[in-house]
Design a protein around this ligand. Structure first.
Ligand code: ZN
Ligand code: ZN
Length: 648
């Protein structure tokens, strides 16, 4: 048979040859260094026969694909290790039944049906066996079997594998990989020897999983692992994982008494506790102020709307599966508000509009309700009721660019104030091969150009996602990376040609004729709940002074300093600061520790000297400073930091 190399050179090989034979034919460093190959664009190992005439490009440990090869082999090593683990307890190998074991981002997993449940506590022992398998440097062997024989082999032994074989399409080979007597039904690809797997892996946790994701099937156990090329990469990943756990907004939300999701109230419905509500209100106040500076007008609309409204807008029945069902009363039906847009359109339509009024920007922190499946709910980031930082801009087609620029400017200003430094945009445009879009072609082309120009002129980095536009208009989405480098999709700015059409809204142009306005939906942070969840994790609960629920804790050294502590509090409150005096009969050090645990940005300690001199001993958590200064000076400094919404 013949294969070709990337440079066009042809190689003559024996029938059934693999990439290993290619490496040997090439000689030099290849036999030692090749770990796999890209064959006609597909990742192959050194064990799978090459197709006739294929273009074969060998890869080494330096290529990114290597990671996929060893992560997949690690899944097999994990399964083999679990069998050895249970063999030590006296179970035969076939008592450990295997589902699927794929490669995932950062690592791999294997779905296992074991004779006894595997717990997180078993993982270190299983890991040890895996390291031992790596050290034994076992050779992997690949072979194929006819379908009938393959099924016979697992019949009565492993029902999962029988089903998996039956799922393999008729024209595909049924291949197995074997090392040291451990055999697995598998498509590959793998590294050729277990010794070629870097020992930088870790089993992270066990979770329940259904075979093929089907909840009517018996539950299996999914053992997760991560694996990297170098010790540093593994260490860095594990640090991020640990840090992410510490920062989990659900955990911090409880510890810092920010919010509550109470099953008795309902799944996915957020109760803001007094402290969390302070942060939320501060954030909304900030956004409201900045919007008003930029020409937005505030409106308020109710939490429900008539079904007729949503039939006109098209939100019903087209999005019915993501909404709560209609409430029927007398001869009317109502919907819990899934979107604020139709309400705002009706505010636009209540009187005749002139081009002189455009752009008209109507803003509302509007609470909406969406039906999310219970399995999809997650803390503040996936909920069933949330408040959007919503606004609708009604403008002429020519004004789209300017309005986008203004929204981008506002968003960047907020990012900057909150210390979110790493962000980009995704611009969704039409799929040129589809005809699902409403609105006229010239307007689409104009808007797509205007959005890109707006992003470039504002210095916003963006990627272009063709075909990502909604059927009613192109859009720009904001994506931020938080302090741990995790990517979060926030809100969106979206052009809409559809709603103005459906509601038949117009404005009178300079020519005295009626024209159709363009509508821009704009919720740059998406929902306040989600944004708060992201901020809690970004700050690890350590909010900057202006956002902190308790800004200053005052700790008197003993009882006799309470009077002065109250005086300090009065001075802080008069300057608009949120301060609390710790009157508990605890020791000073214990009090300080408690306030530090609550991540209060500033602690003021007061004793004899401070009372006498009219000073306070400052412990500034954000600035990482300790000093003593006159009370009036400290109050002034803190008030200024709050007023300017400083990050520290
Ligand atoms: Zn496999
Ligand atoms: Zn909208």
């Amino acid at each position: 048979m013949k294969v070709r190399l990337p440079d066009g050179k042809e190689l003559e090989l024996e029938a059934g040859a693999t990439a290993r034979e290619v490496a040997e034919a090439l000689g030099g460093r290849w036999p030692k260094q090749a770990v796999g190959a890209i064959v006609d664009g597909e990742l192959y190992d050194l064990l799978k026969p090459l197709p006739e005439g294929a273009v074969v490009q060998l890869i080494t440990k330096k290529d990114p694909e290597y990671q996929h090869l060893f992560r997949h082999t690690l899944a097999h090593v994990l399964a083999q290790a679990v069998r050895e683990f249970f063999a030590k307890k006296g179970y035969p190998p076939e008592s450990v039944k295997l589902g699927v074991g794929p490669v995932i981002e950062h690592g791999f997993y294997y779905d296992i049906d074991a004779p006894e449940p595997i717990s997180d506590a078993d993982l270190p022992e299983i890991e040890k066996i895996m390291h031992d398998i790596l050290k034994r440097d076992l050779e992997l062997r690949r072979y194929e079997l006819p379908r009938e024989e393959a099924i016979r082999r697992y019949q009565g032994v492993d029902p999962y594998k029988v089903e998996l074989i039956q799922d393999i399409p008729e024209n595909e080979p049924i291949s197995f990989y074997e090392q040291e007597g451990f055999t697995d039904l598998c498509r590959g690809p793998h590294v050729p020897k277990t010794g070629m797997i870097p020992p930088h892996f870790k089993l992270t946790h066990v979770a329940g999983a259904y075979f093929k994701g089907d909840a009517s099937r018996p539950q299996m156990q999914r053992v997760y692992g991560v694996a990297f090329r170098s010790k540093e990469e593994l260490k860095d990943y594990l640090w991020r994982l640990e840090e992410a756990k510490k920062r989990d907004h659900r955990k911090l939300g409880r510890e810092l008494e920010l919010f509550l999701i109470d099953p008795m109230v309902g799944k996915g419905l957020v109760l803001w506790l007094p402290k969390g509500n302070i942060v939320r209100e501060e954030l909304m106040r900030f956004m409201r102020e900045e919007q008003q500076k930029r020409g937005y007008q505030l409106v308020t609309t109710p939490h429900i709307g008539s079904l007729e409204l949503y039939k006109t807008s098209g939100h019903y029945p087209y999005y019915a599966e993501s909404q709560f069902p209609p409430m029927e009363l007398e001869d009317e039906a109502y919907l819990l508000k899934p979107m604020n847009c139709p309400h705002h359109v009706r505010i636009y339509a209540f009187k005749k509009r002139s081009y002189r009024e455009l752009p008209l920007r109507l803003a509302e922190f509007g609470t909406v309700y969406r039906y999310e499946q219970s399995g999809e709910l997650h803390g503040l980031t996936r909920v069933r009721g949330f408040t959007q930082d919503d606004a609708h801009i009604f403008c002429t087609p020519e004004q789209v660019k300017d309005e986008f620029k203004k929204v981008i400017e506002l968003t960047l200003y907020v990012f900057d104030t909150l210390g979110l430094k790493d962000f980009r945009a995704r611009i969704g445009t039409r799929d040129p091969n589809s005809d699902k879009y409403v609105g006229d072609d010239a307007h689409w082309a104009l808007a797509e150009r205007q959005i890109q120009e707006a992003a470039s002129e504002m210095g916003l980095e963006y990627t272009l996602e063709e075909g990502d536009a909604a059927f009613y208009g192109p859009k720009l989405d904001f994506v931020v990376n938080d302090a741990l480098g995790r990517e979060w999709q926030l809100g969106t700015i979206q052009v809409d040609y559809n709603l103005p059409e459906r509601f038949d809204i117009t404005y009178t142009g300079p020519d005295g004729e009626p024209h159709r306005p363009v509508m821009i939906h704009r919720a740059p942070f998406g929902s306040i709940e989600r944004f708060m969840g992201i901020l809690i994790e970004h700050f690890a609960g350590e909010f900057p002074l202006w956002l902190a629920p308790v800004q200053v804790a005052i700790v008197p050294i003993t009882d006799r300093h309470h009077a002065y502590a109250e005086e300090v509090k009065k001075a802080l409150s008069a300057a608009g600061l949120r301060a609390e005096v710790d009157q508990r009969p605890e020791r000073m050090q214990a009090k300080i520790r408690d306030w530090e645990k609550q991540k209060v940005p500033v602690i003021l300690v007061v004793g004899d000297r401070e009372a006498e001199e009219g000073t306070v001993a400052v412990r500034d958590r954000r600035k990482k400073e300790r000093y003593t200064a006159p009370l009036a000076e400290v109050v002034q400094d803190l008030a200024r930091r709050v007023r300017e919404r400083r990050l520290e």
